[in-house]
Design a protein around this ligand. Structure first.
Ligand SMILES: C[S@@+](CC[C@H](N)C(=O)[O-])C[C@H]1O[C@@H](n2cnc3c(N)ncnc32)[C@H](O)[C@@H]1O
Length: 398
């Protein structure tokens, strides 16, 4: 593997740490303390918020010492041990506490920096903000986090593309999802009361069937990810499916999340074309509704899992009938600078059939040499909170 490829993959470690910070702030399985929500006014001011975070750090360290079968605590322990700490000893416990505190400071500083970067271009000419947003995480760790939100945004984009007659019924047979992600502590609502899961591959299949853009039994989806955690998770799901096992998706909805009605409708209908609704194995925390879907094993088996770094790699030249009709890439290109995004775009273009689509929530620099150009966009609004939306840009292969 090339040095650059190894450097990019090394960013996964920092992404793992970011996931642990989400767990620390929002998780409810290892602590009884209030969730450290972003709005400190809600929980009694900054001092009280700092007290909650300190308590949460102590509880998380205790969880790391005795994780039981909690897969997220086991993962946090693995990350701590990878850093050479032994949380079973008093000094290792103290090191783990200091380490988590340091992570908190790093992540809080980074988040501040992102907010400032966006604010600094707010008042400048149109498009500048979206451009800054599109490369915002270029130096950040590669996180695997995901949630129902981008799934909704892609559903809306596909619906608009179909209604404009840009894709014909039954015309999507091969679809790629770059960076499907793994919901460790749901990044939107921040929950951890259900097993880790991925949703985007299932949601995309569901949307394509619902909109009749694809026919059941005639659709193959390939996931492309460089994270072993994501790839192993999907491979395990496939193994269970080949033995007849369904894949259970758990979708939380905070009652005070102020979701837009369209997002609620999407949540209620999630999975209707690929599985059936079932009841939750774990009861959700107070104030949270939950929708649980068992995805049919044949749907899970239609997913092919590929380890691929889309910035530097592509599938070997594909025969015409093997090319993709549609590729999805949400919340992944934002982790790269403009040069790396251009490389990724060239790799995506080489895998798409002429007329095929790339849907991304990033605005990408279009080079004259890459036959992929923006032909439209759609906006999905998640709640009535400011800026709680995503613009999906529709790129089409010439
Ligand atoms: C933040 S998650 C986004 C998940 C999901 N697409 C969403 O919108 O919620 C980013 C995903 O992209 C993957 N990823 C990051 N860089 C990648 C690359 N160069 N090639 C392939 N996958 C990549 C990560 O491992 C992770 O699964």
């Amino acid at each position: 593997m090339s040095r650059r490829n190894l450097e990019i993959r090394a960013r996964l470690e920092r992404g793992d740490e970011d996931s642990i910070i989400n767990l620390l702030l929002f998780g409810t399985t290892f602590t009884k303390r209030p969730r450290a929500l972003n709005d400190s006014a809600k929980i009694g001011g900054p001092q009280r918020a700092a007290e909650i975070v300190r308590g949460r750090i102590a509880d998380l360290v205790a969880g790391i010492v005795s994780p039981g079968s909690n897969e997220r605590l086991l993962f946090a322990r693995e990350v701590v041990e990878r850093r050479g700490m032994d949380p079973t000893t008093p000094s290792g416990k103290e090191q783990a506490r200091i380490y988590l505190l340091g992570l908190m400071t790093r992540v809080a500083g980074e988040v501040d920096g992102y907010v400032r970067a966006i604010q600094s271009v707010r008042s400048t000419r149109g498009g500048a903000e979206f451009a800054v947003r599109s490369s915002l995480y270029r130096t950040r760790g590669l996180s695997s986090d995901t949630s129902i939100r981008p799934d909704f945004a892609i559903d809306q984009a596909l619906e608009a593309i179909r209604s404009m007659g840009m894709l014909d019924a039954g015309s999507v047979r091969r679809v790629g999802v770059i960076g499907p992600g793994l919901d460790f502590t749901d990044k939107a609502e921040g929950h951890d009361f259900y097993p880790q899961q991925t949703t985007q591959p299932f949601s995309v299949i569901n949307s394509l069937l619902r909109l009749r853009l694809a026919k059941a039994g005639d659709l193959r989806l390939t996931t492309f990810d460089l994270s072993p955690r994501v790839n192993l998770h999907l491979q395990a799901a496939r193994r269970r499916a080949s033995a007849g096992g369904a894949y259970v998706v758990v979708l939380p909805r905070d009652r005070d999340g102020r979701w837009q009605p369209d997002l609620s409708r999407f949540w209620k209908a999630f999975g209707g074309s690929i599985g059936e609704e079932t009841t939750a194995a774990q009861s959700p925390p107070r104030g949270v509704d939950v929708r649980v879907v068992r995805v049919r094993p044949d749907v899970v088996s239609s997913i092919e899992v590929r380890d691929l770094n889309v910035v530097l790699e592509r599938l070997a030249p594909l025969a015409d009938e093997e090319r993709f009709d549609l590729i999805i890439a949400t919340n992944i290109l934002v982790y790269y600078d403009v040069f790396e995004q251009s490389l990724a775009l060239a790799n995506v273009a080489s895998m798409l059939r002429p007329g095929g689509f790339l849907l991304s929530n990033n605005v990408l620099v279009e080079l004259p040499t890459t036959p992929l150009h923006a032909i439209g966009h759609s906006r999905a609004t998640y709640s009535d909170r400011p800026d709680d939306s995503d613009d999906i840009v529709w790129y089409r292969r010439q």
